[in-house]
Design a protein around this ligand. Sequence first.
Ligand SMILES: [Fe+2]
Length: 229
Amino acid sequence: MIMIYVTGDTHIPIDIHKLDDDAFMEQKKLTKDDYVIICGDFGGVWGNGRGDNYYLNKLENKNFTTLWVDGNHENYTLLKNYKIKEWHGGKVQFIKDSVIHLMRGQVFNIEGKKFFTFGGGNSIDKSIRDPGRTWWSEEMPSKKEYDEGLKNLKLNDFKVDYIISHTAPYHINRDIFKKAVKDEYKLNKYLEDVEDMCDYKKHFFGHFHEDIDIDDKHSCLYQRIIRIV
Ligand SMILES: [Fe+2]
């Protein structure tokens, strides 16, 4: 039986060390058939002369396959260069053979478990970031992506096992993190609507850089790496 883990933002190179051999010891017994899912702010496709390949090759050489949804800190200009392919029922981009971007609004079927993925988020520091170099408007989803998510959920009778996103549904954003910002409202509300219309077991997200189990159905992940399958 395969194993699936989920964790929070990696902000390569800053927070990728949680996946180091001596930090994430379980990887010793994993294979490329096992997965680690990153809940956004992967940061491995960044460019700007930083040498992405060093970190991408490190992941490619790991004993597991890396899956990631996008966050607000990804280079969307570079990401567009990767071909979109079909994988386990949804759209992905292969950054390396075993480093795979799970696109927005997709439902993936992995070992009989369904995952709805919906990345994106608002950068609260965008006013001091440089558009096209350290900030991209594509950090927030397009109408097409929102619509595609609903269409794919419908095709799956609004039944999934896990929701994987970068940011949180609106009420959690507002009540737990006190970070309900106008610029992210549409996405937070969308995630809340998705939860309302779906039968799902658990929703995992990152973005807030905290490790909190909010309730039985919601966990915010940062440094934790949790096994879910
Ligand atoms: Fe982050």
